[in-house]
Design a protein around this ligand. Sequence first.
Ligand code: PRX
Length: 656
Amino acid sequence: MSQDTIESILQEKRLFQPPAEFSEKAQIKSLEEYKQLYDRAKADPQAFWGELAEKELHWFQKWDTVLDWQPPFAKWFVNGKINISYNCLDRHLTTWRKNKAALIWEGEPGDSRTLTYSQLHREVCQMANAIKKLGVQKGDRVGIYMPMIPEAAIAMLACARIGAIHSVVFGGFSAEALRDRLNDGQAKLVITADGGFRKDAIVGLKEQVDKALANGAAPSVTDVLVIQRTKQQIHMEAGRDRWWHDLQKEASADCPAEPMDSEDMLFILYTSGSTGKPKGVVHTTGGYNLYSHITTKWIFDLQDTDVYWCTADVGWITGHSYIVYGHLSNGATTLMYEGAPRNSNPGCFWDVIEKYGVNIFYTAPTAIRSFMKMGEHHPKARNLSSLRLLGTVGEPINPEAWMWYHRIIGNSKCPIVDTWWQTETGGIMITPLPGAIATKPGSATLPFPGIVADVVDQDGATVTNESGGYLVIKHPWPGMMRTLYGDPDRFRRTYWEYLRPKNGDYLYFAGDGAHKDKDGYFWVMGRVDDVISVAGHRLGTMEIESALVSHPAVAEAAVVGKPDEIKGEEIVAFVTLDSAYTSSPQLEKELKQHVVSEIGAIARPGEIRFTDALPKTRSGKIMRRLLRSLAAGQEVTGDTSTLEDRTVLDKLRGGA
Ligand code: PRX
């Protein structure tokens, strides 16, 4: 981000106070109330989290100690026994919520389904019994590769119910990416569907699973459970694949939730880092349950009659925490939508809001920017008056998009919660509490109570005078990742030893750059590592480079992000070819397609630039800074004296 942009952001003068009528009824009603919570949590975190855990959740057995912190490894609610599926379902059945809508689902072709808490409980128990029968036991890993249908949530809850560890893989990932994740987690079972509807096409999910498992390439997987969604013809492997509707007929709806240790693994979710293969972020049961629950309650300001809709996919952390677990744990009504805005139906989101009277709407800045482009006549043609709160997540929101969201979707009356967090943090970390904290367009505002955030320099020292630095978290919190699956060393190195202050403290390094303004508001600027964000999807440049070099034509590849008006960033790949190949538009197409089949459509490069050589330092490091400037069509500024061969830069400038 340029210095100009930073300065203009820090001069943002617009301040939006929470509307009085909103604050009156809100969970957290004033800045004073927020400050009290914040100060209490900071002064005595164990008492703060312990009291909330006791008040908000059901425990089969209470913990002995709230926090056992052996940096960088934390245990929360030590020896407590809990089950998140019980908290999301069973405990609501003895209340008026029994017949409340838990999940409202709108399918892409216009079909729909509503499951009450008791109906959802029934289906989860049935699926839990069915997968038990397939041999899945407590501690086993289960891959979930699904379209956005209720069974995706049912599968997650069914795993949690019996203590199996789920690993949801976004349905847009390719067979190769799925296979890597199944192998890393040594999954025993895969739960999938015959296919899914995406935009105006059918995607063959089961086909991808077949490819991932072909020739014994994922040997840990012994069974595949298939949900019928699209009804196209698919291959069913005898002895391995079973239809859910067959097993459901015989499955009992009685399946008591297994009391889990608070620190038992709940799920693994893979995310991209700056180096190496995707990382399996591990979340455990008790702390994650509490953190997703309480952040949902206070940030989305849940009221009993609300219909809440988050447009994320369950394949991402947002779908885990804020479609499934956080909302069901609170007994809320959560809406799931299979579709996506597209040219043939640009107003479909607004139709869903009108149809179900959605009150709380949570989406990504990239989606907002594309709505702006499609035109305000689409939302204006629908009745959106049910909305009372809006949210954004996934990337920094530019003030222009924030203002449009506020005016056009929120009718200038809905507070906006710009929520900063990550797969690793389990839940939202920096955010307005909508009845309490005044907002500034583009700022995620203040840390959630219990979260000690700061902006520091390379030595881990707090930066002053609003100058930028690294965003860090200074104290453990219940929703934090516990480790990287099978790689505790990488966990320690990547997140906790990147920045070490002189006093030896451990700081959690998020990978983001940020500024703090004079009011203490945080402005998250984006990643400072080699991770790019394309339409809010986080991708490691190295992952894409590895995909490219696995093609026989490619000798070397360097991938950078280029600013994009809608998607935030677009992927640009600089590629040198093996001497047996020459560049051509056909090869460019082929390489793009190769990345899609290695990773998935989200990683398709926008542009491939063929070159004779890449700019490197004398020690052989690719100078990405130069490539970023070139990709963005900017002048290359700053020091280029370390370049090994200066002619490379001239050639690249010339478009060689
Ligand atoms: O760079 C930050 C950006 O998304 C990253 C986390 O990506 P992921 O683990 O895929 O989770 C996305 C959904 C929680 C962060 O390191 N990010 C997320 N939310 C914001 C954000 N950047 C700025 N503002 C946000 N509100």
